[in-house]
Design a protein around this ligand. Sequence first.
Ligand code: SF4
Length: 212
Amino acid sequence: MRAGAGNFGREEMLEGISFAHKNHVKVYVAINIYAHNEDLETLPEYLDFLAQIGVDAVIASDPGIIDTVKRVQPCLPIHLSTQANSTNWASAAFWRRIGLERVVLARELSLKEIEVIASRVNIELEAFVHGAMCMSYSGRCLLSNHLTGRDANRGDCAQSCRWRYFLVEEKRPGQYFPVEEDARGTYFMSSKDLCLIEYIPTWPKPVYPALK
Ligand code: SF4
């Protein structure tokens, strides 16, 4: 999906970052694909460009990419992407030791689990609060790749888990069993969207719901 989006060109990135910084807003650039060898060829030059235009951090998941950032642009802060499936405090401690500034946690964690990680490891934590959840673990999924050739792990998911699927008994081809989850149909492979709006603190007086 990200690969298919009308992404920013380099001039636009430069303009966007200077606009954001003028308005005291930080800009993080996601380079969180699981890279194949050929993806690495242009990475150092791209990292030089990102450092030059002043991005505030990159978000990465592939250890090869993380290592390349540290080697090529050691001053560029790195946030661990949610796609790296960090689900426990020992994992967060590992990424801290490697020198990452922040861990964007796996979306599969409960609030209690996040609280334990926060209490045990001194690293910035970020958690998703809204949006589509991948059916497979943290988006490490081959469904889109298998059905369309579009690789979800390189930013090109076709959201195949959200297509409509039917149940068919092998001896009755063409007969679709009417299994329904709601009036619109059945989505065997699609998970419920994440919606934690109630957990976002209100202003000026933060109110946090009790941990369940
Ligand atoms: S097909 Fe669905 S589960 Fe797989 S990566 Fe895409 S959104 Fe996630």
